[in-house]
Design a protein around this ligand. Structure first.
Ligand code: PSU
Ligand code: MN
Length: 335
């Protein structure tokens, strides 16, 4: 399928100068496997704030058409807050940083989209497949493009029972080795939150809760029963944290954990019960590996009659607001 470029592309004027030119030497080589949208490239060259967004949440995290609506809305929130959105995804064997609307629609509707994490990239590229990038896949692409901030709903973590299954999300190791700050609503209670925090420490990931409470949020709920090691009160403090890591050339990532807004957390308890049931079903049906997270998300949505999806949408929107404000403050600090 040939993908037309749309208004998003036309809306920006191309300047091929600027600091981003430093990667031009490798451009030919990169171009075949990594395509940075001209709008994103221009913004980076001009030092404007850019926010990366993942696409597994589109291909595997939410049903159609909620997924495409959410993706568009989140991009709009980022723009409204003065940043340039760069949704990452894989189209026909090429990693894209920044998708136009036609490309986003294609991924949202694609029945055979692959969930693409680090280990999947060689195969998906060589077979010219398409897919949504997970947090780990998106961090890789964002870093290669020179983007420091990435907004999502929730990241993967250490699964319950990981001491025997060894199911630990590649998101955690990726955060450990890339200087990208991920803004998320913490990790779901389907995961072992205590062990997830331990593992993030091992990987050298600086974790900070956002907004005034040290409590590490648990996606649908602002409370997990665990404290984050640090807290930043607003976007300016978060930007300082990120700038410090970048200045030192630390090379590892940062996790900014933003609690779900209070209004949306109201249904948290009901959702939590559905989560427990979905987990039990996953065990009974012997769902394993990369299928676990999408299975649980879909079951929880069915069991709560869509309430979990509503809560999910609310927290993603909120994260997009927070993330783009942080990106704005960071670009001011570094200019
Ligand atoms: N958590 C959610 N929604 C999601 C995901 C996690 O609430 O869509 C996706 C993200 O893309 C994350 C991935 O990176 O699932 C983690 O999958 P796994 O547990 O297989 O590593
Ligand atoms: Mn896994």
């Amino acid at each position: 399928m040939f993908l037309k470029t749309t208004s998003y592309l036309k809306a920006c004027v191309l300047h091929r100068t600027g600091t981003f030119g430093q990667s031009r030497g490798r451009k030919g080589l990169h171009d075949a496997v990594l395509r940075i949208h001209p709008c994103v490239q221009e913004a980076l060259g001009d030092g404007k704030p850019v926010v990366a967004l993942e696409s597994t949440i589109v291909t595997h995290g939410m049903p159609y058409p909620h997924n495409i609506r959410m993706a568009r809305e989140v991009e709009e929130i980022v723009r409204r807050n003065g940043s340039v959105p760069a949704t990452v995804g894989v189209l026909h064997g090429r990693v894209h940083v920044g998708l136009d609307d036609t490309e986003l629609q294609f991924l949202a509707e694609a029945k055979d989209a692959v969930k693409v994490s680090r280990r999947d990239l060689p195969y998906v590229l060589s077979q010219r497949l398409s897919g949504g990038t997970t947090v780990s896949g998106t961090i890789i692409a964002a870093h290669k493009a020179g983007i420091n901030i990435f907004v999502t709903g929730g990241i993967g973590g250490v699964h319950r029972g990981a001491e025997t299954s060894m199911d630990v999300s590649a998101d955690l190791t990726e955060l450990g080795r890339s200087p990208v700050a991920v803004v998320s609503a913490g990790v779901k209670s389907i995961l072992d939150i205590g062990r997830t925090l331990e593992y993030l420490e091992t990987q050298g990931v600086c974790v900070a809760s956002f907004g005034g409470s040290r409590e590490f949020p648990a996606f649908f709920s602002p409370n997990s029963g665990f404290q984050a090691p640090f807290m930043v009160k607003d976007d300016k403090e978060a930007a300082l944290l990120i700038a410090s890591a970048l200045e030192l050339g630390l090379g590892s990532g940062i996790l900014i954990a933003v609690p779900i807004p209070a209004e949306a957390a109201a249904s948290g308890q009901e959702v939590e019960e559905a989560v427990q049931r979905a987990l039990r079903e996953a065990r009974e049906q012997e769902i394993r590996g990369k299928e676990v997270t999408p299975f649980v998300l879909q079951r929880v949505n069915e069991l709560t009659g869509g309430k979990s999806l509503e809560a999910n949408l609310a927290l993603v929107r909120n994260n997009a607001e927070v993330g783009s404000l942080i990106a704005g403050s960071l670009s001011k600090l570094r200019s």
